[in-house]
Design a protein around this ligand. Sequence first.
Ligand SMILES: [Zn+2]
Length: 479
Amino acid sequence: MVEGNREAHQARRRAIRRTAQRLHTTFYEHCAHWSFERLEPAAPIRWHRERWILAGTALLATLLSGLIMPAWATAMKPTPTIEAHTLLPLALPKTPAMNPAASTVDDWQVVRVQPGQTLSDIFSGHGLSLTDLQKVMDAAGSAKTALHNIHPGEEFDFLLGPGGTLQGFRFDKDQATRAIVRFDNGQPTLSLQSRDMDVREEVAHGVIRSSLYAAAGQAGLSNAMVGKLADLFKYDIDFVQDLREGDSFTVIYDDVYRDGARYGEGDILAAEFVNQGKRYTAYRFKKGDGSYGWFSEDGRPLQKSFLRIPVDFTRISSTFSTARMHPILGRMRAHKGVDYAAPTGTPIHAAGDGVIKYRGWERGYGNFVVIQHNKDISTAYGHMSRFASERVGQRVKQGQVIGYVGMTGLATGPHLHYEFRVDGVARNPLTVTLPKPEPLPAAQMAKFKSTVVKPELARLEQIDRRIQLARINPPGTDN
Ligand SMILES: [Zn+2]
């Protein structure tokens, strides 16, 4: 290649790289190490003026340290007359701004809750009694509910006085508020301290080579975030069967900071998943009732009206058919549903919101539940080992457990027999066209499009473009 061409090519590449970096430094840092590196051959070293200066400085530093080190080592050699551990009392200047109560630093002991531990375990572990715990509960007032349910990993702080008496107890009332109970003068006091909460947006992009988890890990996503991502798209993508090499995802999410330190991951703000060439999107939107939901670009909730499969199954043991040989009856008979083999006791979920229409013994079906979802659609569940607590006439939400897998009635092994009925006629649950969920109402739709989709889609597209650019024109390749 002609040297001039190479020069121009290098300059163009640098310009592209600079533009990309300027567009989104954080993203660039994220993806630079996983996706571009292996395409980058060793670039020829070119000695610019900056490099000469750097090299000169490094050489000078090496020479100087060579001269200084021996002299320094000699100077530092201890002489026998000097006591190695002389303690010099340092008179610290008094800080006048400090209030007198804080002048002695309290020695709080931090305890992290272990799995299976109760609050009384933790108190007795500190030599404290149930009376002390009760005193804390009484003093905690409105913050008390946080102490009723404690979780592994949560932290509690104790302040113990002389003789191990309880002088203070600190805990999180909620994510953003710390509650402090003090017993300084015997009289309990409660103070609430609000924490400085802050969110920073992060971007991750990955391409699946071996598994979703591997790709997500490389993109810097935690397993919990992969769970959130899979949860968003679970209605459209079967993450066990449908993933292929080359599938990709881009996620824009919140990272939560508390008092300046990273606290954890927040919500996904926008996400894109390309599965077998088909693109799916998710956008977070604050609905009219103040709660958040995730919607596709056309403003329909990602959560569909029906789960395609209402049980976590091991295998499909029998499919829907108009005529099959019945395994027990030994004659041809239609199979009006799908059988999902699963261990006895596996929870069975309501496929959609609805009302329990039937719950009891049905010939052949054993323990049987029918849910009416709307005037046309009902779903039926057979062979249950037992029912959950909901009775006929009660409302159930999608995903709610309505019973457990068993082999009651005519069954050769534990499985769920699942039927999807439209106007009383059984349809194949695996292929029936499920009704699309209702889109956002007009006023909210306009807001969703302008305040969420427009800016987030622009960001997603910007990221996609940069990745395309990196693919078409990877650093170090000739055009
Ligand atoms: Zn069946």
